[in-house]
Design a protein around this ligand. Structure first.
Ligand code: PMP
Length: 353
């Protein structure tokens, strides 16, 4: 049977479900709500016209890494580009995990850490967050060391909670955990705090970043930032040519003019403030700390609310995990989208749930 050739340890895997994207209001995937302005798209079109299509792209995306290094105040030798930061997560798992090695993650946190751990033959250990999705830092460190974990993955700000771990605690984790510590700063721009300045101070630290949340989800570009010692190992596993020439070309246009990114972030932050205020006026909704480009809310019946919104053409993120029962994650939208959402979660609706 052909199934005899399949990996038995992947038999219970489900392929990553992406919801259909034909809703009028898409507030489910933590993307930036607006497309690039037309004049920038024209600039990109001209840049693509110059692309060399018959040759493989720059294998290490060196120009992109150089520009991203400037953007994030590090040296380019510390930066590796990936086909989305998803690929960076996979490269990390594949580089350091032997079969049966343990990886510590918070629960809840970004699901791909556990998935790529398992694909690499590792074992994810989920450490539940406490009240208000707070991390017990000392407890976390002690489990990591007791279990002889090889890698820790933490998103900061956390997806999906929107909460953060303060700098002192991040440092405590890096210093206290006897393993590689990956701090995923996918939502850094909406929080403003980073640990990237410490990559050379701690040889076990890797920082992840992405362009997906700041207006470039389509081009699939993420970054891994670390010290030369870990970088050398990671480079053994990185596929050559993993960032295609078109994405490299587009990223260069944008990163040469980072004002475009700052403007996107500024508008998202303004809308986050607006949406937060409007949601906080509605009875029956619990708001969690929102330091990213989304707001996690708690409601009495998430499934009913999600369906009502879908019926109105608004897609937001619901969850199956027990820890997120009756939570919904709302990506910050444009003013019109936010208003549309608010109108549909009116006081009367909440009363009926
Ligand atoms: N890390 C976190 C915490 C995320 O939320 C996401 C995207 N949802 C990613 C990484 C992956 O981002 P990318 O689009 O760069 O693969």
């Amino acid at each position: 049977m052909i199934q005899d050739y399949f990996r038995s340890d992947l038999s219970d895997f489900k392929s990553y479900k992406v919801s259909k994207n034909d809703y009028k209001v898409r507030m489910d995937a933590n993307e930036c709500f607006s497309n690039l302005p037309q004049e920038i798209r024209m600039k990109i079109a001209w840049a693509i016209e110059e692309c060399i299509f018959n040759r493989y792209p720059d294998a290490g995306a060196s120009m992109v890494c150089e520009l991203y290094a400037q953007y994030s105040n590090v040296k380019s030798i510390n930066v590796m580009a990936g086909n989305g930061s998803d690929e960076c997560i996979q490269i990390i798992a594949n580089t350091f995990l032997n079969t049966g090695d343990k990886v510590a993650v918070q629960s809840p946190d970004f699901s791909m850490y556990g998935l790529y751990t398992r694909v690499a033959g590792g074992i994810p250990i989920e450490i539940p967050l406490g009240d208000e999705f707070k991390l017990d830092v000392d407890g976390f460190i002690s489990i990591v060391n007791k279990e002889k974990v090889k890698i820790v993955f933490l998103s900061n700000p956390n997806n999906p909670t929107g909460g953060i771990i303060k700098r002192d605690d991040i440092i405590k984790i890096i210093e206290g955990c006897s393993c590689i510590v990956v701090i995923d700063e996918a939502y850094f721009e909406f929080y403003g705090e980073t640990i990237v300045d410490k990559i050379c101070a701690y040889e076990n630290l890797i920082v992840l970043r992405t362009c997906s949340k700041i207006g470039l989800a389509a081009i699939r570009l993420g970054f891994l930032i670390t010290s030369p010692i870990l970088m050398g190992e990671l480079k053994k596993v990185k596929p050559p040519y993993n960032v295609n020439a078109i994405s490299q070309c587009i990223a260069c246009v944008i990163l040469k003019d980072s004002e475009i990114i700052y403007k996107n972030v500024e508008r998202i932050l303004l809308e986050r403030k607006y949406l937060w205020q409007k949601l906080s006026n509605i009875n029956g909704i619990k708001l969690y700390n929102a330091q990213a480009n989304f707001i996690l809310i708690g409601v009495e019946n998430a499934q009913i609310m999600k369906q009502r919104l879908l019926d109105a053409g608004i897609n937001i993120r619901s969850f199956t995990a027990i820890t997120l029962q009756n939570c919904l994650r709302i990506t910050i939208g444009s003013r019109e989208e936010n208003q549309c959402l608010i109108n549909n979660i009116s006081q009367e609706n909440i009363g009926n749930i």
